[in-house]
Design a protein around this ligand. Structure first.
Ligand code: SF4
Length: 72
């Protein structure tokens, strides 16, 4: 059974596979608008509404835990 959590806005969303996420926080470090927070060694995208859709977080995750969907 998958353990994927999704945060969404009207035109984009991010999914984190919590089985893959090790809480290293690479996404948190690279995100220019502080969308992410690491809580108990897992990432949350609590500020998804601030996302500027730069795509940096998906590429930087060493465990491929992030899937980001864009409207364009
Ligand atoms: S796409 Fe960019 S702005 Fe949006 S959550 Fe990822 S790093 Fe942050």
């Amino acid at each position: 059974m998958s353990n994927v959590k999704k945060w969404e806005e009207a035109d984009h969303w991010v999914e984190i596979d919590l089985d893959l996420c090790m809480g290293v926080g690479a996404c948190n470090a690279i995100c220019p608008v502080e969308v992410y927070e690491v809580v108990d060694n897992k990432v949350t995208a609590k500020n998804i509404g601030e996302c500027i859709q730069c795509g940096a977080c998906q590429g930087v995750c060493p465990h491929n835990a992030i899937l980001h969907h864009w409207a364009y």
